[in-house]
Design a protein around this ligand. Structure first.
Ligand SMILES: N[C@@H](CCC(=O)N[C@@H](CS)C(=O)NCC(=O)O)C(=O)O
Length: 332
């Protein structure tokens, strides 16, 4: 029996189009001590799956901001049965959920709200003290991480220091870029990959490549190197990175996003991507991008998801070998 709100076959609507549902839990951690969810060390747990690009955003920011000792990270594996997220030792996950011994991520959602009818998604930010979900929306979790724990961090890691990820003078431009990058690229790959009709796939796959063409052009404009908005890594880089690092290895073949490849067809994006991935300097706190990127997992995770959408059993998955290597060296 597949439960309706975790049923992967129902990801696409009747017309074959994948339309992502809005996240349901949208509270905020605040630096104010009187807030419902005040910023405190050892109080919050971030649940992720390493394959998920939305969860990956939060994992990168946790690492870039130096929040590893402040926010606990728990990895959940890909479900071997019909339920998507399972604590089963795969993808670096524990055998059981560490706080309550649950088997599935959905058990946390149902603990908070037994009537919950939304999807059981990662990332999930959990408050140990109130036993509530703070948020399951990555774009908002990363923004809390930028600022709200800053009183607990050294000056050089604070948002008002030189490494601000969402600096005031760039907010308008970052928001504008986020908007089209989200629709055309971050979510664009899913609109191709989870389409269950030829019409839905055809209606979306070209728009994705128009988005990548636009990024390639953006990176050629003054003030847009080496990072998307100049000398410093910003939110825009993080949000684009998690899709592009999965592109050649997984989306190209498994999501049928195969009109162009980053490594062969987008020299500027390819350079920018490798610059972030291979950076193990202090700028990325010793490799926040590389350390959180698990290229070997991406094919299997996406093949399993697409298999679930089409009712194809996991044990029969055959994974594509290439491209080799999964990411090229910086100077190739
Ligand atoms: N808008 C959410 C999307 C999260 C999301 O869709 N996560 C996927 C994994 S990559 C998921 O958990 N899907 C399970 C499902 O839809 O049942 C965010 O950015 O946090």
């Amino acid at each position: 029996m597949v439960e309706s709100n975790s049923d992967m076959k129902k990801l696409a609507d009747k017309d074959g189009h994948f339309r992502r549902k809005d996240s349901v839990f949208r509270s905020f951690i605040s630096r104010s001590p009187s807030a419902e969810f005040p910023a405190e060390a050892n109080r919050y747990v971030l649940y992720i799956n390493l394959g998920c690009p939305w969860a990956h955003r939060t994992n990168i920011v946790r690492s870039l901001k130096g929040l590893e000792d402040i926010i606990q990270l728990v990895k959940v594996g890909h479900g071997l049965g019909p339920i998507l997220w399972e604590f089963n030792g795969t993808d670096g996950s524990d055998e059981k959920e560490p706080l309550y011994g649950f088997n599935y991520l959905k058990d946390l959602y149902l603990k908070v709200d037994p009537e919950y009818e939304g999807r059981y998604t990662v990332p999930l930010l959990w408050d140990k003290k109130t036993e509530k979900i703070v948020s399951n929306e990555s774009s908002e979790i990363i923004r809390m991480f930028y600022t709200e724990f800053d009183d607990l961090l050294p000056a050089e890691l604070r948002e008002d220091g030189p490494r601000g990820l969402y600096p005031e003078h760039l907010r308008g431009e970052i928001d504008a870029m986020n908007e089209w990058v989200y629709h055309q690229i971050n979510n664009g790959v899913y609109k191709s990959g989870f389409a269950t009709s030829q019409e839905a796939y055809d209606a979306n796959v070209y728009t994705l490549f128009e988005g990548l063409d636009r990024v390639e052009k953006h990176l050629g404009e003054p003030g847009h190197q080496p990072y998307l908005f100049g000398d410093h890594i910003t939110e825009a880089d993080i949000r684009l990175y998690t899709t592009t690092i999965r592109f050649d290895v997984a989306y190209y073949s498994i999501f049928k996003c195969n009109i162009k490849m980053i490594r062969h067809d987008y020299p500027r994006i390819h350079r920018w991507l490798r610059l972030l991935y291979w950076d193990e300097s202090e700028r990325t706190r010793g490799g926040a991008f590389k350390k959180t990127s698990t290229l070997d997992l991406y094919k299997r995770g996406y093949a399993a998801s697409v298999g679930k959408v089409h009712g194809f059993p996991l044990e029969k998955l055959v994974l594509p070998a290439g491209p080799l290597p999964a990411i090229l060296p910086f100077d190739a």
